[in-house]
Design a protein around this ligand. Structure first.
Ligand code: FAD
Length: 437
């Protein structure tokens, strides 16, 4: 049979190639660097870490740590190399970025079933089984092709995400559920502010520290319809009150009156365990987001599972386009992986590569795909990606808010997370013993 293509030798693509080759299939891995670089990569290595050398928390009480442990148990090459090349970093798993990327590159180049070809791919023949993992900085030619294949409205170039908080961290004595003018279901949660609270919030927002923007002028253009909340606030004290924080059509049941201003939260998933802060796309530093947004009534103890960001990020509308196996619904065995499918983060991208790599093999062998239980981190992440609202789809990182709740209520967070992690590893073991063989 013809070799399977993997397009993109980043974090997802190298993991996918390894999984396919380990199953006994020939792979051609296409990587455009070094002939053609991206705006963020600086070397010719496969699996280059473009920014931080940290793969985030390593302990099981953290969802990112749990995801890593599951990937180890699933035979991830990149986790093995990360563990071999780690450097001291407290509770996090940080790596020597050079040894990590060089290690992955060597393992792939030495593998008898993997051929690494340094070439930019712009189209994929429609009978060629392939995994596309070209990442947040997918080259323009391939982006254009994917846009044509999937429909322009389902391929995005930029990411302007408002912070996401967990429902359980909200103070419901300060918040009320209602939709504006009582129309439709009361989907939104509303955080009402009086004049004093608004003024304090506005003063802090307009003086908070922002990230230096990496965007060029051309890219900034795309954001005109989607201005950072701090830039809008800087236009004048009342601008937000007449914009995203407008109180019209909302009555606070606690006072019987219209509040001075209202911050609205919209459910981010169907289970309503996560909420998105409407209109709060931002370039504030993460610590500043936590400090300033916790001044909003009801958010004093908010847990942020994702901070707001505005950056270049190519991704597709996965809930519209992909099956739970990470296969394109539209045609030939075309699988997608990595940041391109709307996961966010190094380890999440590796996880996507692993799942897509294993599943393309199973597809070609006529076996049912691996769809991991929702109790596992890898299952919870892809369940969200595939089942999120098509209309509001935004990239997501792994977090415990994506997991089904425990049957018992545990108040203390560390203990609760430990219980979620134990349940996850049990579910994974069980799945592998039965369906996932
Ligand atoms: P990549 O690792 O980018 O791999 C894609 C590969 O495809 C690249 O090697 C690219 O050269 C190649 N390619 C692109 N187009 C083609 C083509 N047409 N033909 C052949 N090859 C092609 N996440 C974190 O967890 N921590 C961070 O600190 C972090 N910092 C980031 C900083 C920036 C500037 C960006 C853009 C993203 C960052 N991310 C970070 C998010 C994300 O986790 C990483 O981008 C991650 O590398 C994504 O993995 P990937 O495999 O999807 O893409």
């Amino acid at each position: 049979s013809k070799p399977i293509w993997v397009v993109g030798g980043g974090l997802a693509g190298t993991e996918a190639a390894w999984q396919v080759a380990s199953a006994g299939y020939d792979v051609v891995l296409y990587e455009m660097r070094p002939a053609r670089m991206t705006p963020a990569h600086t070397t010719a290595f496969l699996a280059e870490l473009v920014c931080s050398n940290s793969l985030k928390a390593n302990n099981l009480e953290n969802a990112a740590g749990l995801l890593k442990e599951e990937l180890r148990r699933l035979g991830s090459l990149l986790m093995a190399v990360a563990d071999e090349t780690k450097v001291p970093a407290g509770g996090a798993l940080a790596v020597d970025r050079h040894r990590f990327a060089a290690g992955v590159t060597a393992r792939l180049e030495e593998h008898p079933r993997i051929k690494v070809v340094r070439e930019e791919i712009s189209t994929i023949p429609s009978d060629q089984p392939a995994v596309v993992a070209t990442g947040p900085l997918t080259s323009p030619s391939l982006s254009a092709w994917l846009q044509k294949l999937f429909g322009e409205e389902y391929f995005y170039f930029f990411d302007a995400v408002a912070p996401i908080v967990t429902r359980e961290s909200l103070d419901f004595t300060r918040i009320f559920a209602a939709s504006r003018y009582g129309r439709g279901e009361a989907e939104y949660l509303n955080c009402p502010m009086n004049e004093e609270e608004y003024t304090l919030f506005w003063e802090n927002l307009t003086t908070a520290e922002v990230h230096q923007s990496h965007l060029g002028d051309e890219e900034k253009r795309y954001f005109e319809g989607c201005m950072p909340v701090e830039v809008l606030a800087a236009r004048g004290k009342d601008t937000l009150r007449f914009g995203p924080l407008k109180p019209v059509g909302l009555i606070d049941p606690a006072t019987g009156r219209r509040p001075y201003a209202v911050v609205q939260l919209r459910p981010e998933n169907r289970e309503k365990t996560l909420y998105n802060m409407v209109g709060f796309q931002t370039n504030l530093r993460w610590g500043e987001q936590r400090r300033v947004f916790r001044l909003i009534p009801g958010l004093a103890e908010a847990e942020f599972v994702r901070y707001g960001v505005m950056h270049r990020n190519s991704f597709i509308n996965a809930p519209r386009l992909l099956t739970a196996a990470l296969q394109w619904k539209g045609g030939w065995p075309l699988f997608l992986a990595g940041q391109l499918i709307g996961v966010e983060g190094y380890v999440e991208s590796i996880a996507a590569g692993l799942v897509a790599g294993k599943n393309i093999v199973r597809f070609l062998e006529g076996k049912p795909p691996l769809i991991f239980p929702r109790e596992t981190a890898v299952g919870a992440l892809f369940y969200h990606i595939i089942n999120a609202e098509i209309r509001h789809f935004q990239p997501m990182s792994i977090n415990f808010g994506l997991f089904p709740p425990l049957n018992v209520k545990i108040k203390e967070k560390l203990r609760k997370n430990r219980a979620l992690a134990e349940r996850a590893l049990g579910a994974l073991e069980n799945y592998l013993r039965n369906e996932g063989k």
